[in-house]
Design a protein around this ligand. Sequence first.
Ligand SMILES: *Cc1c(COP(=O)(O)O)cnc(C)c1O
Length: 228
Amino acid sequence: MRVRALKDILHSLQNAAEAAGRPVPRLLAVSKTQDATAVAELIQAGQLAFGENYVQEAAAKRAALAGSGVEWHLIGHLQSNKARDAAELFDWVHTVDRSRLIEALARHRAPDRAPLNVLIQVNIDDEASKHGCAPDDVPALAAAIAAQPRLRLRGLMVIPTPHPDPEQRRDAFRRTRALFEALQAGHPGVDTLSMGMSDDFAVAIAEGATMVRIGTALFGARPPKEPH
Ligand SMILES: *Cc1c(COP(=O)(O)O)cnc(C)c1O
């Protein structure tokens, strides 16, 4: 039935894009807390991009699914002391928000691999408890990433303040898109705006998301307390 959920989601993404007159975004299947068997089921059905929050958890799944052609994305906060593992395990990191991390990821990305795809995480609602850089810091971080040949700047990622009504997040998505377009003007390789989750992807797509990160709607509800 996960395969069924995948088809339903792909259909919903298409509908949301059509309704908004926007291109259909890429689907990132968020597989945190799900086991390798659940991921394998979706791989079989053609889903090849997966998002993980924790480096160790991703390492185990990646090993179990070696050779499956999966693209692994880190979407959880990254501590600097895990940058080496992250640079080795992932194809994309969505949560780059400080210059130390940029240097560490670049230093540890092996020369025989493709450059690591990087998104800058923006704390768009200026939440004290949140990770992500201030909107004003985006240009300097972007320049630092662009200066690293082992990294490839692809765009921005955002997690707006949670709100029961997704409409309340529209303004945050809109402000992120404005930042994204400003970034594109200076960095022609920038093509990815990662925003929208199970409960707000339609609003995010209407406001310019090119990649949505969906967990619950694909795999069902996660246990209330997550590991780590
Ligand atoms: C868990 C998570 C998601 C997926 O959220 P759902 O509501 O389950 O779709 C997306 N992005 C990030 C950063 C997450 O941690």
